[in-house]
Design a protein around this ligand. Structure first.
Ligand code: GN1
Ligand code: MG
Length: 363
């Protein structure tokens, strides 16, 4: 069992020998494992998905650059860089990536003893996660953005995402799937204007580009199980120039929903306004309030745009024959699409309440 993984591990400089490997099942892109060492420490091993991250060396250059930059900031602020930032292990070739005989790319990082939540057990957790994502963005405000590679081109370009959906729809060769998702396709077409809000505001120079995380799911922040404080933001693969709306919106989409992002029973899906408020407060305070008027104004739309984007992406993948996201069962992508549409529908009803909450939190 796990011979390939253990063989990859043997190419990294580690403080002790590995003795076992266990898979971590969440995460829709890379394959991830916990590696246990004989000295009692643990490491995280990842097999980078090169179908998604086509230039793994550029990816690691981004990740390493951001980690090193954050380590300096954390140290200067008197924090613990080993717990508050990710530390990658060096491979025997001197880089942070090992390529095996099958052309698979592997990387390893120190395991941080903390909790990653899939859903909110207590509201304070969401507030603290929000603060960490806000602070993450504030810390990277003076990061040299021109040194960052675009690891996935047009990642949150919702106009391109809409075009990709239309292309998938016109090229789909699976009549059953086409029939099955007619309603969803109509819904997504009817909301096309959402795709333009952030993209146009950025293109016209009305809204700034910042260095953003771009994948702010709740499970991408580690929290201390005793104090509930957020320790470390993880999964830096998509750190790229982007909009504050993306980080805010994606976190709301995932964390302020009353059900999982792949809940099959859509009647369980709604936006929890209490959690929306917790996140908004935490995020603004983590960012130190450094938002423009337009950014504040569009935060609720940010939540809708990201939910819409994920609906487009899941449905595109379904129509394309499931080549991008990991699946647990064949219908997974259409179930995810329906869940996003249900959430977006509820957000549309709650738009005015979201706006009042943002105003209140802005103070
Ligand atoms: C993927 O693998 P994970 O869970 O970090 C995806 C995100 C989606 C998310 C949906 C590189 O993230 O964009 O929001 O699934 N990451 C990539 O669950 O596409
Ligand atoms: Mg990710």
């Amino acid at each position: 069992m796990y011979e390939k993984e253990l063989s990859a591990v043997s190419h990294f400089k580690l403080p002790a020998a590995p003795y076992s490997v266990e898979p971590i099942t969440w995460g829709n892109i890379n394959r991830t494992f916990t590696v246990f060492l004989t000295n009692g420490t643990k490491y995280v091993l990842q097999n980078v998905n090169v179908n998604v991250f086509k230039k793994p060396n550029e990816l690691m250059s981004n990740v390493k650059g951001v980690c090193d930059f954050l380590k300096e900031k954390v140290t200067a602020a008197g924090g613990d860089p080993d717990r508050e930032t990710v530390t990658y292990a060096e491979a025997d070739n001197g880089s942070m990536l090992y390529v095996d005989g099958d052309g698979k790319y592997w990387r390893m990082s120190r395991f941080i003893e903390a909790v990653s939540y899939q859903s909110i057990a207590r509201p304070i957790l969401f507030h603290n996660a929000a603060q960490a994502f806000g602070k993450f963005q504030a810390q990277l405000a003076d990061y040299p953005a021109d040194t960052l590679f675009e690891t996935i081109p047009d990642f949150h370009n919702t106009v391109s995402r809409f075009e990709a959906f239309e292309r998938a729809l016109s090229e789909c060769k699976n009549p059953e799937r086409l029939e099955e998702c007619k309603k969803e396709c109509e819904f997504l077409k009817s909301r096309e204007s959402l795709a333009h809000i952030a993209v146009d505001a950025i293109a016209s120079g009305k809204m700034p580009l910042r260095v953003t995380h771009n994948d702010t799911k709740l499970n991408n922040v580690l929290l201390d199980p005793i104090t509930d404080k957020a320790l470390c933001v993880i999964d830096l693969d998509t750190v790229m120039p982007g909009s504050v709306l993306y980080d805010f919106g994606d976190a709301i989409r995932f964390g302020a929903c009353t059900a999982a992002e792949d809940e099959p029973n859509t009647s369980k899906i709604a936006l929890d306004l209490g959690l929306f408020e917790q996140f908004t407060r935490g995020f603004i305070s983590g960012l130190g309030g450094a938002l423009t008027d337009l950014e504040y104004e569009l935060l609720p739309e940010g939540a809708m745009i990201m939910t819409y984007e994920l609906a487009l992406r899941f449905l595109t993948d379904y129509l394309d024959g499931d080549t991008y996201f990991k699946l647990n069962y064949p219908e997974h992508n259409i179930v995810r699409t329906r869940a996003q549409i249900a959430l977006l529908t509820d957000m549309e009803k709650k738009l005015y309440e979201m706006r009042s909450i943002v105003k209140r939190c802005r103070g």
